[in-house]
Design a protein around this ligand. Structure first.
Ligand SMILES: Nc1nc2c(c(=O)[nH]1)N[C@H]1C(S)=C(S)[C@@H](COP(=O)(O)OP(=O)(O)OC[C@H]3O[C@@H](n4cnc5c(=O)[nH]c(N)nc54)[C@H](O)[C@@H]3O)O[C@H]1N2
Ligand SMILES: Nc1nc2c(c(=O)[nH]1)N[C@H]1C(S)=C(S)[C@@H](COP(=O)(O)OP(=O)(O)OC[C@H]3O[C@@H](n4cnc5c(=O)[nH]c(N)nc54)[C@H](O)[C@@H]3O)O[C@H]1N2
Ligand code: SF4
Ligand SMILES: [Mo]
Length: 692
């Protein structure tokens, strides 16, 4: 028997990007462990990925190409050969590519975060066609845009510093579920005497374990940040030297913040005046005493109309109090902007003959149903889906389903499993998992370049995304030599070794070592140097004004809330959010039995008062509905949900839910203030008991 250990990387859409050690015995992966030597992984994996072999060797893995034999959505297929699958796809795409290339649409997101199996060969393929570009907004573009206007890029506190902070605001994140290795550091900070405060409408697993939980109304974070600025300024809890040297627009900010008295803030956010004032005093007071104060914000604050502004306003706070002076002070949204990734070398935008139209992945529901028109361009005739499950994860699901159900739409899906989306495919192509292919990774939580080696041979006839697009390119007659690049050749151009941050980057060496930390300063903005147009933290942003936005921190109420839309609220009085369940990763893992049984079934957490007034008892089935649709879940009567709020942890596969539906039946396609992003948590609903 031969046993080897292979260095790999967790590919999932999670900030932690863990370093894995895969034990392989006689060609079979028998264990997946966290690498004890990798500084942030530290030998620990989440429950989902500790069970990785269960997913890889799952009896329902797609192992052969398939062709649809039933109706769209029925999920009936017959096995075909790779030759036939590739020839069929090329025969369908060729005439469209000649007549109206923009009628072809890629649809992909972060099923894998790999730079190679994500957007490399696939982008080259679609660029050569001149297919529609996809605006990949489904997760984070609202916050990234707000942060960029303020700070200049996705750069912030190094995850490896948080244990040294004296106060950590966990603002719109649930790290126990979604950023576990940050939570480890936060707990270490706690043991060192730090205070942890969760700002979240829901008493999440994380909020439960913090010293304090501020349960504001969803979508009101921008107002809370303005209220904090008000108190910081009024009580002079400021770092005047830092403000003078490294910020822009303080005088204008002062006027704006003056409007946000603690009373107005508390009223807007649905919290007490003391919560606003005490938080500002603690944050500003510790900073003034020279202690490091840090904010970890994640994605929960962004999924509302004013999501971009919420993040922007929060990003102003560290500069006001001079928190950036410490390596453990400041804010982290994402570390993604620290990596010198060579996107153009991977994706080859130079292959485009002209710039095609862009379709926003968030509005796929509407866009698949749109006929040709001068403003929209050609109707979408073909969609190629990879690394994504739009039927489950995109908002306003009834529309998404109607779009994918179009008989005249040609749909190809590259997948591991028969997801809700696969049920609508004309051709299904089996893809390899991370254990079966090579990849290079950045991270959006830490600062290591990472290498994933293939641990085992592809299962069945599965092929890597890259190989599938190489085959398709050949069948389409694309002869540019770039379509012959191997995965290792692609990975070798992932980072720019001329860039000081990736100095000495060499793919073969990285494959052996597994990871390499970026060469970046510990405290990125201790001496200013923000990558904004002015080089300062921009309280006033001329760029925002030019983009048609308020140049100063502002508050935009949700589209759908009791305060902002009383007419709608008269029919649908409850705000619904649907944040990630701990045992799933978006819709990935829902079909892994052990993880699904840990979640049980789709639940709806509802406050005892809201349940009582509707005659709903704990454990009863309820229907959640609004004008867009409905879904059924099991009620959990609990004060974890504040009054007026219901919470449906997500993202369930529709077909594994009670009524073949999930939370996205009721979410909308309306977009955020900036970044063209979704507003999943900006949703009003009504809830009723379902007769047994
Ligand atoms: N286990 C697990 N881990 C994951 C994922 C997963 O599905 N499962 N998904 C991954 C992905 S793609 C992402 S983007 C991240 C997402 O994970 P996070 O960044 O943690 O974001 P969310 O889970 O969307 O929301 C976190 C918290 O924000 C709260 N929240 C909702 N609305 C608001 C609001 O308006 N204001 C405030 N202050 N809080 C609000 C929610 O109640 C929730 O507890 O996690 C990644 N990691
Ligand atoms: N209601 C609600 N909806 C949400 C969210 C929410 O909080 N609430 N969160 C939103 C967020 S933050 C995000 S990021 C999106 C995520 O949406 P998606 O990016 O679509 O994520 P997943 O649902 O995990 O689907 C990824 C799919 O890619 C497949 N996959 C993985 N690796 C590979 C590979 O190497 N090759 C191929 N071909 N396939 C692969 C997996 O099997 C999986 O089915 O969902 C969004 N939707
Ligand atoms: S999902 Fe996140 S925490 Fe779990 S192994 Fe992957 S990177 Fe680590
Ligand atoms: Mo996400």
């Amino acid at each position: 028997m031969t046993t080897t250990q292979v260095r790999a990387v967790c590919p999932h859409d999670c900030p932690d990007t863990c370093a894995l050690l895969v034990t392989v015995e006689n060609g079979v992966a028998t264990a997946v462990k966290g690498d004890p030597d990798h500084p942030t992984t530290a030998g620990v994996l989440c429950t989902k990925v500790s069970r990785y072999t269960e997913r890889t060797y799952h009896a329902e893995r797609l192992l052969h190409p398939l062709r649809r034999v039933g109706k769209k959505g029925e999920g009936k297929f017959e096995r075909i050969s790779w030759d036939e699958a590739i020839a069929t796809i090329a025969a369908r795409l060729k005439p469209i590519a000649e007549r109206a290339p923009e009628a072809i649409l890629p649809y992909s997101y972060c099923g894998t975060m790999g730079l190679v199996q994500g957007e490399s060969m696939s982008s080259r393929f679609f660029n050569q066609i001149g297919a529609s570009l996809l605006d990949r907004t489904i997760c984070a573009t609202a916050g990234f845009t707000g942060y960029k206007y303020t700070i200049g890029g996705s750069i912030g506190v190094d995850m490896e510093q948080f244990q040294n902070a004296k106060l950590i605001l966990i603002w719109g994140g649930n790290p126990i579920a979604s950023n576990l290795h940050f939570w480890t550091r936060a707990q270490e900070a706690k043991r060192n005497g730090a205070k942890l405060i969760a700002i979240d409408p829901y008493r999440s697993l994380t909020a439960e374990k913090c010293h304090q939980h501020i349960a504001l109304l969803p979508g009101t974070d921008a107002a809370l940040a303005l209220g904090l600025m008000h108190v910081l300024i009024a009580e002079d809890l400021l770092d005047h030297d830092y403000i003078a040297n490294h910020t822009l627009g303080f005088e204008q900010l002062k006027q704006r913040a003056a409007e946000w008295t603690p009373e107005r803030t508390a009223d807007t956010c649905g919290i007490s005046v003391a919560e606003v004032v005490d938080l500002a005093r603690l944050y500003g007071g510790l900073a003034k005493a020279g202690e490091p104060v840090a904010i970890r914000t994640n994605y929960g604050v962004q999924r509302v109309r004013g999501g971009g502004m919420s993040v922007r306003n929060m990003a102003c706070l560290p500069a006001l109090v001079g928190a950036w002076r410490h390596a453990a002070g400041g804010i982290q949204l994402s570390s993604g902007g620290s990596f010198p990734t060579q996107k153009a070398a991977l994706q080859r935008p130079d292959l485009l003959k002209k710039i095609p139209r862009t379709i926003n992945m968030t509005t796929i529901g509407d866009d698949l149903l749109r006929p040709s028109s001068p403003s929209f361009g050609p109707e979408v005739e073909a969609v190629i889906v990879y690394n994504a499950n739009p039927l489950a994860i995109a908002p306003d699901s009834a529309k998404v389903m109607a779009g994918f159900a179009r008989e005249d739409l040609f749909t190809v899906v590259l997948e591991h499993f028969q997801t809700d989306t696969v049920d609508y495919a004309d051709i299904v192509l089996p893809a390899t998992t991370q254990l079966e292919h090579v990849d290079a990774h950045t991270s959006y939580g830490h600062l290591y370049m990472m290498a994933n080696n293939a641990a085992i041979a592809p299962m069945g006839e599965a092929k890597a995304n890259t190989e599938i697009f190489r085959l398709l390119a050949a069948a389409m007659g694309f002869d540019d030599p770039c379509f012959k690049d191997s995965d290792d050749q692609l990975a070798a151009v992932a980072f720019n070794p001329q860039d000081a941050r990736a100095i000495h980057f060499d793919w073969e060496a990285l494959k052996l070592k597994g990871w390499q930390k970026l060469n970046v300063p510990d405290a990125p903005f201790a001496h200013g140097g923000f990558p904004t147009p002015s080089g300062k933290c921009e309280f006033y942003s001329a760029q925002m004004l030019a983009d048609g936005l308020d140049p100063l921190p502002a508050y935009l109420p949700p589209y759908e809330s009791v305060a902002s839309n009383p007419e709608l609220a008269a029919r649908y009085p409850l705000a619904m959010i649907s944040p990630p369940a701990r045992n799933f990763l978006n819709s990935t893992f829902v079909n892994v039995k052990s993880l699904r049984s840990a979640e049980g079934e789709p639940h709806l957490d509802i406050h005892p008062g809201d349940a009582a007034s509707r005659g709903i008892a704990d454990g009863e089935m309820v229907r959640i509905f609004n004008d867009r649709g409905s879904f059924v879940a099991k009620a959990r009567v609990t004060d974890k949900a504040r009054a007026g709020l219901v919470v449906g942890l997500s993202v369930w596969w529709k077909k594994l839910g009670r009524d073949g539906k999930n939370a996205n039946e009721v979410t909308s396609q309306r977009l955020t203030d900036m970044g063209r992003a979704p507003t999943f948590y900006d949703t009003l609903v009504q809830v009723e008991r379902v007769a047994a």
